[in-house]
Ligand binder design. Structure first.
Ligand SMILES: *Cc1c(COP(=O)(O)O)cnc(C)c1O
Length: 355
């Protein structure tokens, strides 16, 4: 008799849930921090002809040399630092984790945060250690530094700003953590265009720091591209873990084209930052809603009954992300992505109705 999957699959994998993605067809989609704007029509037409020329009969250039050079120039990667490309930054999280996964080694992160840090630690057989943030989701620097001393993490992941809370931790606290650990610190700057704060320029100060970014929140979630900047010694080792052709010919070609017109995406990000202010005021004026400060393109809110509110929004065609039940600190919390002015108006009136 062959064994059943639940007899063969590792117990720690049986114990976790697959990353949840909600059905969203026809909905006002405010659940995944996407840029709500598409590329302008003339750029889409140009992109189509660029992609038509791409040699999809060939394997991609394995390290994405041309794209790396362009990213380094456009994203302010300091001289002497090397770039690693990923199939989204999710891929990079996995690569870094696998590279450091000595049995029992610790992966540390402020908690709550992006679930993939813990997920990858578990998949790699490492020990995930979350250090609780304060009740307002700010970083508890003393608690974090003592946890570093106690657990001696091989790697620390910090989302800057944090997801799902939106909190931008104090830069001095980040520096204190980088100095307190002899492990690697991965600063996940997925929302840097919205926070306009970065450690990219400071990489040379800290040999145990790498900066990770993605083009997903900038407006290219569909092409799957992340990048990590750090000392060549780190990137050389990570390259051994990376799947040889992890970034496709089409992704590389599309990214090279769009990076040549980065100002278009940056302008969209500017509109989203302005609209964030409008949405903040709208949400703050709703009775019974607690709103947390956000430096990203979303807000974490606490409502009297998150499940009821989530369902009532959904019934009105608005999809947000419900965190109730996902983490004790996120009880009755909904995360709402900043959309277009129209979408935000629809959200606010649906929210008023739902409450
Ligand atoms: C969205 C997000 C990512 C994932 O980005 P992809 O490049 O789309 O895989 C990584 N880190 C944080 C903190 C995020 O919010």
């Amino acid at each position: 008799m062959p064994k059943k999957p639940d007899q063969l699959v590792r117990p720690e994998i049986l114990a976790i849930k697959a990353y949840h993605v909600a059905e969203s067809e026809g909905m006002v989609k405010l659940d995944a921090m996407e840029n709500p704007y598409r590329l302008p029509p003339e750029m889409r037409a140009e992109l189509a002809s660029v992609l038509a020329e791409a040699e999809i009969n060939r394997y991609p250039e394995p390290t994405g040399k041309k794209l790396r050079e362009l990213l380094a120039a456009r994203m302010g990667v300091p001289a002497g630092m090397e770039l690693l490309l990923g199939n989204g930054s999710d891929d990079l999280i996995q690569i870094v984790t696998l590279a450091l996964a000595r049995p029992g080694a610790v992966v540390m992160y402020p908690d709550p945060t992006f679930v993939m840090y813990k997920m990858n630690a578990v998949l790699a057989g490492m020990k995930p250690v979350g250090v609780p943030t304060r009740a307002d989701f700010s970083l508890d620097r003393d608690a974090f530094v003592s946890a570093v001393r106690e657990h001696k993490p091989a790697v620390i992941f910090i989302a800057y700003p944090n997801n799902p809370t939106g909190a931008l931790f104090d830069a001095d606290d980040i520096v204190a953590i980088i100095r307190a650990t002899d492990g690697l610190v991965v600063l996940d700057e997925a929302y840097h265009v919205f926070a306009q704060k970065t450690f990219m320029r400071r990489l040379a100060e800290f040999p145990n720091l790498v900066v990770m970014r993605t083009v997903s929140k900038l407006g290219l979630a569909g092409i799957r591209l992340g990048y990590l900047a750090g000392l060549p010694e780190w990137v050389r080792e990570f390259n051994k873990v990376r799947q040889a052709y992890n970034v496709s010919v089409l992704t590389q070609a599309a990214a090279i084209y769009v990076l040549g017109k980065l100002d278009v995406l940056e302008e969209q990000a500017g509109v989203i930052r302005d609209e964030r202010t409008v949405l903040r005021e709208g949400l703050a004026s709703l009775p019974g809603v607690t709103l947390y400060p956000s430096a990203a393109n979303f807000f974490l809110t606490r409502v009297p009954d998150a499940l009821q509110c989530f369902e009532a929004l959904k019934a009105q065609g608005v999809l947000v992300r419900n965190f109730h039940g996902a983490h004790p600190a996120l009880a009755n919390c909904l995360r709402i992505t900043v959309g277009t002015p129209d979408e935000n108006r629809i959200l606010l009136s649906a929210m008023r109705e739902a409450l």
